[in-house]
Each structure stands twice: as C-alpha cells, then as structure tokens.
Design a protein around this ligand. Sequence first.
Ligand SMILES: [Zn+2]
Length: 422
Amino acid sequence: MAWADPLPGGGFRGGYRDSAGTKKYVKDAATGRTRKFTRKKDARDAATEEEISASRQAAVDTGKQSARIPWGELWDRISGARDARPSDTYVTEHCLVEKYIRPKWGDVHLNKITSKGSADTGVQEWVDDLTAGRVDAWKYERQPSPAYVRRIYAVFQASMTTAKDKGILTASPCVGIKLPKKTKRAKPYLARDNAEKMGEHLRNYRDVVDFSLETGLRPGELCGLHAHNVDLKRGWVVVCEVLVARRRVIRPYPKDEDMRAVPLTPKAIEILDRQLDGRSLAGGCGVEHTDGTECTGALVFLTKRGHPLRSDRVGDWMRRAAKKASVPSVSLYASRRGFATRAADGGLDVFALADAMGHADIRQTKEYVQQTAAARQRLIAALGEAPTLTVIRGGADGASHGADVDQQPSSSDSIEPDQNAG
Ligand SMILES: [Zn+2]
C-alpha cells in the first residue's frame, strides 16, 4: 500500500514497498532524486503506480509473470536489459518497436499470440502484411525491403524468446515462420569519382570519408581508431577498437582473432600524416574504454572542436555534400563498400578481401567479387566469346546504387544489422 510523507520544507514524497519489502520513494526520472509533490494525493497516486510497476517487474524477473500481460508491457520490462548491451543496435530496436511492432502487438496479450491462423494475432499473417506493405505505418513510405522485414521480425522474435526464458510463456509462437527472401540487389556504395565530387562540400570530414574509402574501416572503427594502432613506417593499421557513439565508450574487440591489420595506401598515409601532424598523441582519448583500461593514446579523427567523431554526424554531412554535388546520397557504410568494390574490381581475391574487411563469413565478401567487370570478362572469355568494347563499368551495380536502395528511417549509422554486416 503506497503512502505520502510530508517533507520538511513543504510538499510531499510518495513512498511504497517493493516486492522484497524495501521502502522506496518515487524518483524524478531525469535527476534520479526523490520527487517532490505539491499535493499529497499526487504523491500517493504516483507511488501506487510505481508499486504496481515494481511488482510487475519483479514478477517478470522471477518468472511469476502471467502470460496475460500485453506485449507492450513485456517489452517495457525487458527493453532496459537489452539497452544495457554495449552496442548501438538498441537505438534501431527502439525505432523498429515504436514504428512497427508496438502498433501491432502493444495491446495484445502474450497468450493470445499464435504462430498462424488468425489475421489479428498470427505472427505469420503479420510478417506477410509487413512484407506486402499492408501496414499503416507505411502508408506514406516505400514498401520495406525483405531484409528490413527480417530485422523487424528478429526484434519481435527476441522478445518472445525472452518471454519463454523467463517462464512467462511455455513456448514461443515464433516457430515455422516463413520470412521474405532477401533480394540479390547490390547495396549502395560510394564510387571514387562521386567521393571526389562530394569532397569540397565535406570540409573537415573529407579525410574521414576518403580514409574509409582507402581502408574499408567500419564507421565505428573509423571513429574509434587510435593513433597508436597506426604504423606509418610500415604502412599498416591495426583495427581493434570501436567507438560506440550513443554510449560514448570505446569497445575493444572481444576476441583477439577479430582484430585485423589493414594495409595503408599512399593516400591513406597522407591523410594520417595530415590528421596527426603537430598533435600531442599522449594523455588519453578522453573516452571510457569498456575493458577498464586506462587509455594513453589519442583518436585519429576528431571534430573541428577536438571531440570524438560521431558517424551519424559524418553521415549528415555526406548527405548534404551529395545533394550539393548532385550525386546519389549514401551513408558512411557505403564508402566501406566502395573500398570493397574497388578492391574486387582490381582483382583482389575473395579471401584477401575478407581479411581486409574483417568478414567472419566469406559469403559476405563474395557479394563484392561476383559482380565485377573482371569477373564478367573472365566468364565471357571462358565461354569463348570475344570481349565486347562496351564493358559498362558498374553495369550490374552502377544503376542501382542510387538513393532508392537501403534507405531506412532515421539514424543512418545504426541500421546495419550488426558489426559484421556488409
Ligand atoms: Zn582511448
């Protein structure tokens, strides 16, 4: 039973006991301090609400929660733990949940959700609707790509698995669900000549985009690159850390084998020389390292004001620059793909390219190698045909790497499924 206590300076605080019997007071969400209410009734009402919420959270935590809670409530109880993961993916998750999942499942009780058979509560029917674009949220937007539908579904599926793990459900309804097949359409990449055109409009982000095009580093790797991992004499850079922008932390690669060394082109060396020239490179980067180590280095790329870079900000600049230069708008991830496309076009074999890209799975790398002009020529020659003069550079990909592909809602940098994507 919640209550209200008068405060010494006037006003009230709302109190209640949590499921363990510990006294708690209603806190201000922003400051974390005990909240002060002017009216006694408001204090007690707020405390009652907190008390109910706390008991539901406890029920979820201890596996005593009933399957009759709505999905939306389950999500609110478990999303906190998902947010705690040191990664930027949770931002995307929130976006997907609020836009596509909550409108459908928010008020549906967990025990009513079935795998298929009902238009209102069948997971399969929902996936089919998503795939066909029969959803209100998309009334004014493009139909989602199959890959995007899969991402939305993956978040929902994860919530159901959690419900099962916590004993709320005896089984997950996400079984035997048929998902849309991923299309083979080439993902957008930044071509060198377009980067050149965008260059002058990128100002001090030009080096960042160019360096990405020269090394294929992921956006988080670019932003988290430390000067001490650069060997300018031998011309290599060791990639072993990522800046997780939303949390403002540096995360080391969890396993040593995920670290990789990437060779530096003359242009990449030139960029590094310029960025590091005259700077003090000791004393720490100022960003917390999640492994607890004391950083004594410095980040290679900084904003004009000397702050760590955020890849979404670079993405904003890229979009503006693309508009000014009248070239297709692409994200920072696309310059990584530009690197891969260029290397594959130049004949780098799939294994060497996978090493440079840090791909754990060679299938990801094959995408780049399969559609090159060189591969086309080899096949044409093997078939005994004379090579034609009209080798359309990027014919398989050039036409489609416009703005229509993979343009997902908001936050450009967090859309990639995971750190290994692309
Ligand atoms: Zn550091």
